[in-house]
Design a protein around this ligand. Structure first.
Ligand code: CP3
Length: 343
């Protein structure tokens, strides 16, 4: 049996038709997701209910036949497991107890003490590795230390990550301690996901774009490199996708510098530019604007074709540049898939 398409692209193979999956493919744009979330009670209960989390992971695979399934969980389960309080306010987003002082930090658990809390996530991975179709690759994931730290420090999502930048400027030792704790916990968490059956892991650095110059090196690149080296030492055959979102020029050389097998691109970078400057080093993933999943039509088709064409000379995984939004039309997802697979 031929190896899974996603793994072939990650191994550096240029394929006639790129494998395809979608960030947030299990999400509120799907009626079947909304029904299962209602059954679970709320979003966090869904994340920690292994059977229902596996069910929502499988829903977009059944509906669309994507080449990969991404574990249903959230990047904020790590702070939750470290002992920060976490809850979600409907219509607003996550809220966490804040880490502002050395005393707050001292209350956090150690990096290897997260596993009891995260056991349901590992069980979701085990269920999925049994139940997914043979051709579908299972992707595990975690947030990157910087992105997760921005939520832990501010206690919520912030437009400019101001509180995290302020702590970095005012108390570098504490800031570094948070980044280090998250780096170590992420290594432990992703290792356990791989042990449970994740075939690929992805590191989401959604707020990497607000790190400039030396900060980008110290807090986006260096932690990714530490996580990837630790994982590669234990699991040399498990491919890793890194997503330093809105990295711009910093996408150049990121895979080589960190050891990632693939760099995921957001839609602020031009595909032809990225083919020339980023794909030269290996596989890239991306990068259709998720707004096309709302608007559809000829623009969706022509932009999808343009991205496939721009990346056609090297290894490529087709995806959106960021997660699909709740107002997306499920029919537009089918149109995107048909366009990628059918030309
Ligand atoms: O991609 C997938 O389908 C897998 C599951 C997944 C979720 N979140 C489920 C989710 C993944 C990979 C994530 C990653 C995640 N979570 C990121 C990084 C990627 C990105 O989007 O930049 C971030 C920053 C978070 C934190 C987070 N989770 C926020 C800020 C929010 C609220 C905003 C929103 O979209 O509602 C969430 C909630 C969340 N995570 C939802 C889902 C499906 C929606 C919750 C719901 O069902 O009510």
């Amino acid at each position: 049996m031929a190896e899974k398409l996603l793994l072939r692209a990650l191994a550096g193979e240029t394929l006639d038709v790129p494998p395809i999956w979608m960030m947030r493919q299990a999400g509120r744009y799907l009626p079947e997701y909304r029904a299962t979330r209602a059954e679970a009670g709320d979003f966090l209960s869904l994340c920690y209910n292994s059977d229902l989390a596996a069910e929502v992971t499988l829903q977009p695979i059944r509906r669309y036949g994507f080449d990969a399934a991404i574990l249903f969980a959230d990047i904020l389960l790590i702070p939750d497991a470290l002992g920060a309080d976490l809850w979600f306010v409907t219509g607003e987003g996550p809220r966490l107890s804040t880490i502002e002082t050395a005393e707050d930090f001292a209350k956090l658990k150690g990096p290897d003490d997260v596993h009891d809390h995260l056991a349901p996530v590992y069980e979701t991975v085990r269920i999925l590795s049994r139940e997914l179709p043979d051709e579908t690759t299972l992707i595990g994931f975690a947030g990157a230390p910087w992105t997760v730290a921005t939520y832990m420090i501010a206690g919520r999502g912030t437009p400019d990550q101001g509180p995290a930048h302020a702590l970095k400027a005012e108390n570098r030792d504490l800031f570094d301690a948070i980044i280090n704790r998250l780096t170590e916990a992420t290594i432990a968490y992703l290792s356990a996901q791989i042990d449970a059956g994740a075939e690929v892991v992805k590191i989401f650095d959604s707020w990497a774009g607000s790190l400039k110059g030396q900060d980008f090196h110290d807090y986006a690149l260096a932690p990714a490199k530490r996580i990837i080296s630790a994982l590669k030492a234990k699991y040399p055959d498990t491919p890793i996708i890194a997503f330093p979102r809105e990295g711009g020029e910093n996408y150049i050389g990121f895979a080589k510098a960190t050891g990632a097998d693939c760099v995921a691109l957001d839609n602020s970078v031009d595909a032809a530019w990225a083919a020339e400057h980023v794909q030269v080093d290996g596989c890239v993933q991306g990068n259709l604007a998720s707004s096309h999943m709302v608007t559809g039509g000829d623009a969706l088709v022509s932009e999808t074709r343009a991205i496939v064409e721009a990346f056609s000379k090297g290894p490529h995984i087709f995806n959106l540049g960021h997660g699909i939004t709740p107002d997306a039309n499920p029919e537009n997802v089918q149109l995107m898939i048909d366009t990628v697979r059918g030309g």
